[in-house]
Design a protein around this ligand. Structure first.
Ligand code: 5AD
Ligand code: SF4
Length: 435
Protein backbone atom coordinates (compact mmCIF):
# COMPACT_ATOMS: atom_id res chain seq x y z
CA UNK A 1 0.00 0.00 0.00
CA UNK A 2 3.02 2.22 -0.12
CA UNK A 3 3.75 2.78 -3.80
CA UNK A 4 3.76 6.42 -4.89
CA UNK A 5 3.79 7.77 -8.41
CA UNK A 6 4.71 11.46 -8.78
CA UNK A 7 3.82 13.35 -11.94
CA UNK A 8 5.28 16.82 -12.50
CA UNK A 9 3.93 19.77 -14.50
CA UNK A 10 5.22 23.35 -14.80
CA UNK A 11 8.66 24.72 -14.24
CA UNK A 12 12.07 23.25 -13.34
CA UNK A 13 11.43 24.38 -9.78
CA UNK A 14 8.57 21.90 -9.67
CA UNK A 15 10.85 19.12 -10.90
CA UNK A 16 13.25 19.92 -8.07
CA UNK A 17 10.34 19.98 -5.62
CA UNK A 18 9.09 16.57 -6.76
CA UNK A 19 12.52 15.26 -5.80
CA UNK A 20 12.09 16.70 -2.29
CA UNK A 21 8.64 15.12 -1.95
CA UNK A 22 10.07 11.83 -3.22
CA UNK A 23 12.83 11.89 -0.64
CA UNK A 24 10.47 12.67 2.26
CA UNK A 25 8.30 9.75 1.18
CA UNK A 26 11.24 7.34 0.76
CA UNK A 27 12.43 8.26 4.25
CA UNK A 28 9.00 7.37 5.57
CA UNK A 29 8.73 3.92 4.07
CA UNK A 30 7.16 4.70 0.71
CA UNK A 31 8.43 3.37 -2.60
CA UNK A 32 8.58 5.60 -5.68
CA UNK A 33 7.26 3.85 -8.77
CA UNK A 34 7.50 4.90 -12.41
CA UNK A 35 4.03 3.85 -13.54
CA UNK A 36 0.63 5.00 -12.35
CA UNK A 37 -0.63 1.42 -12.70
CA UNK A 38 1.63 0.28 -9.85
CA UNK A 39 0.64 3.15 -7.55
CA UNK A 40 -1.38 3.26 -4.36
CA UNK A 41 -0.93 7.02 -4.28
CA UNK A 42 -0.68 9.37 -7.27
CA UNK A 43 0.67 12.85 -6.56
CA UNK A 44 0.42 15.55 -9.20
CA UNK A 45 2.81 18.45 -8.82
CA UNK A 46 0.99 21.31 -10.44
CA UNK A 47 1.44 24.69 -12.08
CA UNK A 48 -0.95 27.62 -11.72
CA UNK A 49 0.77 30.18 -13.89
CA UNK A 50 -1.70 30.00 -16.79
CA UNK A 51 -5.31 28.91 -17.01
CA UNK A 52 -4.62 26.25 -19.67
CA UNK A 53 -2.03 24.59 -17.38
CA UNK A 54 -4.71 24.32 -14.71
CA UNK A 55 -7.35 23.06 -17.14
CA UNK A 56 -5.03 20.27 -18.26
CA UNK A 57 -4.56 19.18 -14.67
CA UNK A 58 -8.30 19.26 -13.87
CA UNK A 59 -8.79 17.00 -16.90
CA UNK A 60 -6.02 14.69 -15.76
CA UNK A 61 -7.57 14.38 -12.29
CA UNK A 62 -10.94 13.73 -13.89
CA UNK A 63 -9.40 10.91 -15.98
CA UNK A 64 -7.79 9.44 -12.89
CA UNK A 65 -11.21 8.95 -11.31
CA UNK A 66 -11.62 6.00 -13.70
CA UNK A 67 -8.54 4.40 -12.15
CA UNK A 68 -10.07 5.02 -8.75
CA UNK A 69 -13.18 3.09 -9.75
CA UNK A 70 -10.96 0.07 -10.48
CA UNK A 71 -8.94 0.57 -7.31
CA UNK A 72 -11.10 2.25 -4.64
CA UNK A 73 -8.15 2.50 -2.25
CA UNK A 74 -6.13 4.61 -4.68
CA UNK A 75 -5.38 8.08 -3.30
CA UNK A 76 -4.88 11.13 -5.47
CA UNK A 77 -3.02 14.19 -4.25
CA UNK A 78 -2.51 17.65 -5.70
CA UNK A 79 0.71 19.33 -4.64
CA UNK A 80 2.41 22.56 -5.73
CA UNK A 81 1.05 25.85 -7.00
CA UNK A 82 -2.51 24.77 -7.84
CA UNK A 83 -2.85 23.24 -4.37
CA UNK A 84 -1.90 26.61 -2.92
CA UNK A 85 -4.21 28.54 -5.20
CA UNK A 86 -7.34 26.38 -5.08
CA UNK A 87 -6.98 24.78 -1.66
CA UNK A 88 -10.05 22.86 -0.38
CA UNK A 89 -12.04 23.33 -3.60
CA UNK A 90 -9.80 20.57 -5.02
CA UNK A 91 -11.20 18.17 -2.44
CA UNK A 92 -14.78 19.33 -2.92
CA UNK A 93 -14.86 19.73 -6.69
CA UNK A 94 -12.07 17.55 -8.05
CA UNK A 95 -12.54 14.80 -5.44
CA UNK A 96 -8.85 14.51 -4.60
CA UNK A 97 -7.70 13.11 -1.25
CA UNK A 98 -4.64 15.21 -0.53
CA UNK A 99 -3.91 18.90 -1.07
CA UNK A 100 -0.39 19.95 -0.16
CA UNK A 101 1.14 23.38 -0.86
CA UNK A 102 4.83 24.03 -1.75
CA UNK A 103 5.90 24.70 1.85
CA UNK A 104 4.26 21.63 3.41
CA UNK A 105 6.19 18.81 1.77
CA UNK A 106 7.80 17.66 5.00
CA UNK A 107 4.36 16.52 6.10
CA UNK A 108 3.31 14.83 2.88
CA UNK A 109 3.44 11.32 4.41
CA UNK A 110 1.20 12.42 7.29
CA UNK A 111 -1.31 13.84 4.84
CA UNK A 112 -1.30 10.62 2.81
CA UNK A 113 -2.10 8.67 5.98
CA UNK A 114 -5.45 10.43 6.34
CA UNK A 115 -8.45 9.78 4.11
CA UNK A 116 -8.58 13.43 3.07
CA UNK A 117 -6.15 16.09 4.20
CA UNK A 118 -5.03 19.59 3.33
CA UNK A 119 -2.00 21.68 4.28
CA UNK A 120 -1.36 24.87 2.35
CA UNK A 121 0.39 26.92 5.01
CA UNK A 122 3.15 29.10 3.50
CA UNK A 123 6.36 29.55 5.43
CA UNK A 124 8.83 32.43 5.81
CA UNK A 125 11.83 30.17 6.24
CA UNK A 126 11.26 26.67 4.85
CA UNK A 127 14.02 25.87 2.28
CA UNK A 128 14.23 22.08 2.67
CA UNK A 129 17.99 22.60 2.74
CA UNK A 130 18.64 19.49 4.81
CA UNK A 131 16.79 17.26 2.35
CA UNK A 132 18.88 15.80 -0.48
CA UNK A 133 16.20 15.27 -3.14
CA UNK A 134 15.48 11.97 -4.87
CA UNK A 135 16.41 12.13 -8.58
CA UNK A 136 13.15 11.36 -10.36
CA UNK A 137 13.13 10.56 -14.11
CA UNK A 138 16.79 11.37 -14.13
CA UNK A 139 19.19 10.89 -17.04
CA UNK A 140 22.04 10.64 -14.53
CA UNK A 141 23.78 13.67 -16.09
CA UNK A 142 21.62 16.76 -15.51
CA UNK A 143 20.18 17.78 -12.16
CA UNK A 144 18.53 20.77 -10.52
CA UNK A 145 19.34 22.33 -7.17
CA UNK A 146 16.84 24.74 -5.74
CA UNK A 147 18.82 27.53 -4.04
CA UNK A 148 16.01 29.80 -3.01
CA UNK A 149 12.23 29.75 -2.80
CA UNK A 150 9.43 32.25 -3.22
CA UNK A 151 9.16 35.53 -5.07
CA UNK A 152 8.50 39.10 -3.98
CA UNK A 153 8.65 40.86 -7.33
CA UNK A 154 4.88 41.00 -7.76
CA UNK A 155 4.72 41.28 -11.53
CA UNK A 156 1.08 42.22 -11.92
CA UNK A 157 0.18 39.25 -14.17
CA UNK A 158 1.80 36.60 -11.99
CA UNK A 159 0.36 34.25 -9.43
CA UNK A 160 3.71 32.97 -8.12
CA UNK A 161 4.17 35.40 -5.18
CA UNK A 162 0.81 34.14 -3.89
CA UNK A 163 1.46 30.43 -4.49
CA UNK A 164 5.08 30.32 -3.36
CA UNK A 165 5.26 33.05 -0.75
CA UNK A 166 8.19 35.05 0.55
CA UNK A 167 11.74 34.87 -0.77
CA UNK A 168 14.21 32.85 1.26
CA UNK A 169 17.66 31.48 0.43
CA UNK A 170 19.39 28.26 1.38
CA UNK A 171 22.81 28.18 3.00
CA UNK A 172 25.75 28.07 0.54
CA UNK A 173 27.26 25.20 2.47
CA UNK A 174 24.14 23.01 1.98
CA UNK A 175 24.02 23.87 -1.74
CA UNK A 176 27.70 23.04 -2.25
CA UNK A 177 27.34 19.80 -0.35
CA UNK A 178 24.42 18.77 -2.57
CA UNK A 179 26.33 19.76 -5.74
CA UNK A 180 29.41 17.79 -4.64
CA UNK A 181 27.25 14.76 -3.95
CA UNK A 182 25.67 15.03 -7.41
CA UNK A 183 29.11 15.32 -9.02
CA UNK A 184 30.33 12.24 -7.12
CA UNK A 185 27.24 10.39 -8.31
CA UNK A 186 28.18 11.14 -11.94
CA UNK A 187 26.08 14.24 -12.63
CA UNK A 188 27.86 16.78 -14.85
CA UNK A 189 25.30 19.53 -15.52
CA UNK A 190 23.71 21.32 -12.59
CA UNK A 191 21.14 24.10 -12.79
CA UNK A 192 20.81 26.36 -9.75
CA UNK A 193 17.17 27.30 -9.45
CA UNK A 194 15.21 30.14 -7.98
CA UNK A 195 12.29 32.32 -9.08
CA UNK A 196 14.82 35.15 -9.12
CA UNK A 197 18.35 33.89 -8.49
CA UNK A 198 19.74 37.43 -8.41
CA UNK A 199 17.92 37.91 -5.13
CA UNK A 200 19.87 35.05 -3.55
CA UNK A 201 21.34 36.30 -0.26
CA UNK A 202 22.57 34.39 2.74
CA UNK A 203 24.50 35.63 5.77
CA UNK A 204 27.34 33.24 6.50
CA UNK A 205 29.69 33.91 9.43
CA UNK A 206 28.47 37.52 9.54
CA UNK A 207 29.18 38.03 5.80
CA UNK A 208 26.61 38.27 3.02
CA UNK A 209 26.96 35.72 0.23
CA UNK A 210 25.23 36.77 -3.00
CA UNK A 211 24.44 34.82 -6.14
CA UNK A 212 27.60 35.63 -8.14
CA UNK A 213 29.77 34.32 -5.33
CA UNK A 214 27.64 31.21 -4.87
CA UNK A 215 27.83 30.45 -8.61
CA UNK A 216 31.61 30.64 -8.59
CA UNK A 217 31.82 28.48 -5.49
CA UNK A 218 29.70 25.76 -7.10
CA UNK A 219 31.71 25.97 -10.33
CA UNK A 220 34.94 25.51 -8.35
CA UNK A 221 33.83 22.02 -7.23
CA UNK A 222 35.30 20.60 -10.42
CA UNK A 223 36.16 21.97 -13.89
CA UNK A 224 34.18 19.17 -15.52
CA UNK A 225 30.99 20.12 -13.71
CA UNK A 226 28.86 22.46 -15.82
CA UNK A 227 26.85 25.00 -13.88
CA UNK A 228 23.74 26.79 -15.14
CA UNK A 229 21.09 28.89 -13.44
CA UNK A 230 17.52 30.12 -13.88
CA UNK A 231 15.86 32.56 -13.71
CA UNK A 232 17.37 36.06 -13.61
CA UNK A 233 15.24 39.15 -13.32
CA UNK A 234 16.63 41.85 -15.68
CA UNK A 235 16.23 44.58 -13.07
CA UNK A 236 18.95 43.07 -10.93
CA UNK A 237 21.23 41.20 -13.28
CA UNK A 238 24.47 42.68 -11.96
CA UNK A 239 27.79 43.37 -13.68
CA UNK A 240 29.33 41.25 -10.95
CA UNK A 241 27.23 38.27 -12.09
CA UNK A 242 28.13 38.81 -15.76
CA UNK A 243 31.82 38.97 -14.74
CA UNK A 244 31.42 35.75 -12.76
CA UNK A 245 29.92 33.93 -15.77
CA UNK A 246 32.77 35.19 -17.97
CA UNK A 247 35.40 34.20 -15.43
CA UNK A 248 35.03 30.40 -15.48
CA UNK A 249 34.73 28.11 -18.50
CA UNK A 250 32.43 25.69 -16.70
CA UNK A 251 29.82 28.35 -15.91
CA UNK A 252 27.59 27.92 -18.95
CA UNK A 253 27.44 30.74 -21.47
CA UNK A 254 23.69 30.93 -21.41
CA UNK A 255 21.44 33.47 -19.72
CA UNK A 256 17.66 33.26 -19.55
CA UNK A 257 16.57 36.89 -19.17
CA UNK A 258 12.78 37.22 -19.50
CA UNK A 259 11.78 40.51 -21.15
CA UNK A 260 7.96 39.90 -21.13
CA UNK A 261 7.25 42.89 -23.40
CA UNK A 262 9.09 45.34 -25.66
CA UNK A 263 6.86 48.28 -24.71
CA UNK A 264 7.69 50.59 -21.81
CA UNK A 265 3.99 51.19 -21.20
CA UNK A 266 3.35 47.44 -20.82
CA UNK A 267 6.50 46.93 -18.72
CA UNK A 268 5.30 49.60 -16.32
CA UNK A 269 1.84 48.08 -16.15
CA UNK A 270 3.42 44.68 -15.55
CA UNK A 271 5.49 46.18 -12.70
CA UNK A 272 8.68 44.81 -14.22
CA UNK A 273 10.76 47.70 -12.80
CA UNK A 274 12.94 48.20 -15.91
CA UNK A 275 12.57 50.00 -19.23
CA UNK A 276 13.34 48.68 -22.70
CA UNK A 277 16.44 50.89 -22.71
CA UNK A 278 17.67 49.48 -19.40
CA UNK A 279 17.02 45.94 -20.60
CA UNK A 280 18.96 46.54 -23.82
CA UNK A 281 21.85 47.99 -21.80
CA UNK A 282 22.03 44.69 -19.87
CA UNK A 283 22.07 42.81 -23.18
CA UNK A 284 24.93 45.05 -24.39
CA UNK A 285 26.83 44.34 -21.20
CA UNK A 286 26.43 40.57 -21.69
CA UNK A 287 27.45 40.77 -25.36
CA UNK A 288 30.51 42.87 -24.50
CA UNK A 289 31.77 40.69 -21.65
CA UNK A 290 30.66 37.26 -22.94
CA UNK A 291 30.61 37.41 -26.75
CA UNK A 292 29.63 33.73 -27.13
CA UNK A 293 26.75 33.91 -24.63
CA UNK A 294 23.35 32.60 -25.71
CA UNK A 295 20.35 34.56 -24.46
CA UNK A 296 16.75 33.41 -24.15
CA UNK A 297 13.59 35.07 -22.94
CA UNK A 298 9.98 34.72 -21.83
CA UNK A 299 7.36 36.93 -23.43
CA UNK A 300 3.65 37.54 -22.97
CA UNK A 301 1.41 38.50 -25.91
CA UNK A 302 -1.82 40.39 -25.39
CA UNK A 303 -1.46 41.73 -21.85
CA UNK A 304 -4.22 44.06 -20.66
CA UNK A 305 -4.50 47.12 -22.89
CA UNK A 306 -1.67 46.06 -25.23
CA UNK A 307 -2.02 48.06 -28.47
CA UNK A 308 -0.85 47.04 -31.92
CA UNK A 309 1.99 49.51 -31.39
CA UNK A 310 3.02 47.85 -28.10
CA UNK A 311 2.98 44.48 -29.86
CA UNK A 312 5.16 45.85 -32.69
CA UNK A 313 7.63 46.99 -30.04
CA UNK A 314 7.83 43.44 -28.70
CA UNK A 315 8.66 42.16 -32.19
CA UNK A 316 11.18 44.96 -32.40
CA UNK A 317 13.02 44.04 -29.22
CA UNK A 318 13.18 40.41 -30.42
CA UNK A 319 14.86 41.64 -33.61
CA UNK A 320 17.25 43.84 -31.64
CA UNK A 321 18.32 41.21 -29.12
CA UNK A 322 18.20 38.32 -31.63
CA UNK A 323 17.31 35.75 -28.98
CA UNK A 324 18.66 32.25 -29.42
CA UNK A 325 15.42 30.82 -28.07
CA UNK A 326 12.24 31.95 -26.32
CA UNK A 327 9.30 30.74 -24.26
CA UNK A 328 6.28 32.52 -25.64
CA UNK A 329 2.84 32.78 -24.04
CA UNK A 330 -0.44 34.57 -24.49
CA UNK A 331 -1.69 36.45 -21.48
CA UNK A 332 -3.85 34.45 -19.12
CA UNK A 333 -5.85 36.32 -16.50
CA UNK A 334 -5.13 34.86 -13.03
CA UNK A 335 -7.53 35.49 -10.15
CA UNK A 336 -5.80 37.06 -7.17
CA UNK A 337 -3.20 38.99 -9.18
CA UNK A 338 -3.00 42.79 -9.35
CA UNK A 339 -3.79 42.68 -13.09
CA UNK A 340 -6.96 40.70 -12.38
CA UNK A 341 -8.08 43.25 -9.78
CA UNK A 342 -7.08 46.50 -11.51
CA UNK A 343 -6.94 45.97 -15.29
CA UNK A 344 -9.30 44.64 -17.92
CA UNK A 345 -8.30 41.52 -19.85
CA UNK A 346 -9.44 43.28 -23.01
CA UNK A 347 -7.52 41.69 -25.86
CA UNK A 348 -9.72 39.26 -27.80
CA UNK A 349 -8.57 35.65 -27.76
CA UNK A 350 -8.18 35.57 -31.57
CA UNK A 351 -6.05 38.70 -31.38
CA UNK A 352 -3.86 37.21 -28.62
CA UNK A 353 -3.39 34.11 -30.76
CA UNK A 354 -2.43 36.18 -33.79
CA UNK A 355 0.09 38.26 -31.87
CA UNK A 356 1.58 35.20 -30.24
CA UNK A 357 1.88 33.47 -33.61
CA UNK A 358 3.72 36.49 -35.03
CA UNK A 359 6.22 36.32 -32.20
CA UNK A 360 6.62 32.55 -32.63
CA UNK A 361 7.21 32.92 -36.39
CA UNK A 362 9.79 35.64 -35.83
CA UNK A 363 11.56 33.63 -33.13
CA UNK A 364 11.69 30.55 -35.34
CA UNK A 365 13.56 32.63 -37.92
CA UNK A 366 15.89 34.10 -35.25
CA UNK A 367 16.61 30.64 -33.79
CA UNK A 368 17.41 29.34 -37.28
CA UNK A 369 19.74 32.27 -37.93
CA UNK A 370 21.42 31.77 -34.56
CA UNK A 371 21.95 28.07 -35.34
CA UNK A 372 23.17 28.77 -38.88
CA UNK A 373 25.84 31.02 -37.40
CA UNK A 374 27.18 27.98 -35.52
CA UNK A 375 27.80 25.97 -38.71
CA UNK A 376 31.54 25.44 -39.10
CA UNK A 377 32.24 26.17 -35.43
CA UNK A 378 33.38 23.58 -32.89
CA UNK A 379 31.62 23.17 -29.55
CA UNK A 380 32.29 21.06 -26.52
CA UNK A 381 29.20 18.90 -26.11
CA UNK A 382 28.23 17.08 -22.94
CA UNK A 383 26.54 13.84 -23.98
CA UNK A 384 23.14 13.31 -22.32
CA UNK A 385 22.00 10.15 -24.08
CA UNK A 386 21.01 8.42 -27.28
CA UNK A 387 19.02 10.36 -29.82
CA UNK A 388 15.36 9.40 -29.47
CA UNK A 389 14.89 9.14 -33.22
CA UNK A 390 18.07 7.26 -34.11
CA UNK A 391 19.94 5.01 -31.68
CA UNK A 392 23.12 5.22 -33.78
CA UNK A 393 23.35 8.86 -32.70
CA UNK A 394 23.95 10.66 -29.45
CA UNK A 395 22.54 13.95 -28.26
CA UNK A 396 24.00 16.47 -25.89
CA UNK A 397 24.12 20.17 -25.22
CA UNK A 398 26.62 22.96 -25.74
CA UNK A 399 27.47 25.43 -23.01
CA UNK A 400 25.00 27.71 -24.83
CA UNK A 401 22.22 25.20 -24.11
CA UNK A 402 21.77 24.16 -27.73
CA UNK A 403 21.00 20.53 -28.54
CA UNK A 404 23.52 18.79 -30.83
CA UNK A 405 23.09 15.41 -32.54
CA UNK A 406 26.06 13.41 -33.85
CA UNK A 407 27.24 9.84 -34.57
CA UNK A 408 27.65 7.67 -31.52
CA UNK A 409 30.98 6.01 -32.31
CA UNK A 410 32.36 4.61 -29.07
CA UNK A 411 31.13 7.51 -26.96
CA UNK A 412 28.65 7.45 -24.12
CA UNK A 413 26.53 9.49 -21.76
CA UNK A 414 28.58 11.87 -19.61
CA UNK A 415 31.45 12.28 -22.12
CA UNK A 416 32.61 15.71 -23.22
CA UNK A 417 33.13 15.67 -26.99
CA UNK A 418 34.32 18.33 -29.44
CA UNK A 419 31.81 18.49 -32.24
CA UNK A 420 32.00 20.56 -35.42
CA UNK A 421 28.58 21.76 -36.55
CA UNK A 422 27.66 20.85 -40.12
CA UNK A 423 23.94 21.43 -40.35
CA UNK A 424 20.94 22.71 -38.39
CA UNK A 425 17.24 23.29 -38.08
CA UNK A 426 15.74 26.08 -35.96
CA UNK A 427 15.68 23.67 -32.98
CA UNK A 428 18.73 21.41 -33.36
CA UNK A 429 22.37 21.39 -34.43
CA UNK A 430 23.86 18.41 -36.30
CA UNK A 431 27.59 17.80 -36.24
CA UNK A 432 30.56 15.48 -36.36
CA UNK A 433 33.01 14.55 -33.67
CA UNK A 434 36.44 15.97 -34.43
CA UNK A 435 39.67 13.94 -34.20
N1 5AD B 1 -0.15 34.73 -18.45
C1 5AD B 1 0.74 34.33 -19.38
N2 5AD B 1 2.01 34.06 -19.10
C2 5AD B 1 2.43 34.21 -17.83
N3 5AD B 1 3.64 34.02 -17.26
C3 5AD B 1 3.53 34.28 -15.94
N4 5AD B 1 2.27 34.65 -15.63
C4 5AD B 1 1.57 34.61 -16.81
C5 5AD B 1 0.23 34.88 -17.15
N5 5AD B 1 -0.66 35.29 -16.23
C6 5AD B 1 4.83 33.63 -18.02
C7 5AD B 1 5.92 34.67 -17.88
C8 5AD B 1 6.90 34.00 -16.96
C9 5AD B 1 6.72 32.55 -17.32
C10 5AD B 1 7.21 31.58 -16.29
O1 5AD B 1 5.34 32.42 -17.50
O2 5AD B 1 6.48 34.90 -19.15
O3 5AD B 1 8.22 34.46 -17.14
FE1 SF4 C 1 6.52 27.10 -11.38
FE2 SF4 C 1 5.19 29.40 -11.44
FE3 SF4 C 1 4.07 27.26 -12.42
FE4 SF4 C 1 4.42 27.53 -9.77
S1 SF4 C 1 3.12 28.78 -11.08
S2 SF4 C 1 4.87 25.72 -11.01
S3 SF4 C 1 6.34 28.61 -9.71
S4 SF4 C 1 5.88 28.26 -13.23
Amino acid sequence: MNNVYIETYGCQMNQADSGIVGKVLEDNGYKLVSSQDDADVILINTCAVRDNAEKRIHNRVHDLQALKKKNPLLKIGIIGCMAERLQDSLIKEDKVNIVCGPDSYRKIHELINQSTAIDVELSKDETYEDIIPAQLNSDGISAFISIMRGCENFCTYCVVPYTRGKERSRSPQSIIQEAKQLFDDGYRDITLLGQNVNSYIYTEDGKEVRFAELLVRVARINPSLRVRFATSHPKDLSEELVNAIASMPNICKYIHLPVQSGSNIMLKKMNRKYTVEEYLAKIDLIRKKIPDCAISTDVIAGFCGETEEDHAMTLDIFRKVRYDSAFMFKYSDRPGTVAHKRFVDDIEETEKVRRLQEIIDLQRELSLQSNQKDIGKTFEVLVEGESKRDSSKLFGRTSQNKVVIFDKGDNKKGDYIDVIIENCTSATLFGKKIN
